[in-house]
Design a protein around this ligand. Structure first.
Ligand SMILES: [Zn+2]
Length: 103
């Protein structure tokens, strides 16, 4: 459609440079950019060694982060934490009031 502007519009390839690539990189990884922008990002990544290295390093970092073991606190963690805070807290400050039920 002539003059169409929107999610499907083409991104002018000459406007895609390293700065534009890196500015939109998170959306590129999440694949949330408009189709034309995705194509311009892919084309730039395929032709720029620096941005290819940037993209690869960031994706590897994300994979490491996603594959880290989830740490779950013990069921009594908050109770023990508050007990320890009470022990170290000066009496003049009064008791610690947990606000767990509000969340
Ligand atoms: Zn680049």
């Amino acid at each position: 459609m002539p003059g169409r502007v929107g999610k499907e519009s083409l991104f002018p390839a000459h406007l895609m440079d390293c700065l534009a690539f890196r500015s939109s990189h998170l959306e590129f990884v999440d694949r949330t950019l408009p189709r034309g922008m995705m194509a311009a990002m892919e084309a730039h990544c395929g032709s720029c060694a620096d941005c290819t290295a940037f993209d690869t390093a960031l994706r590897r970092g994300l994979l490491v982060a996603w594959n880290l073991a989830r740490i779950e606190p013990r069921p009594d963690f908050l109770e023990r934490l508050h007990s320890r805070i009470e022990v170290r807290r000066p009496a003049t400050l009064g008791p610690v009031t947990p606000r767990l039920a509000a969340g």
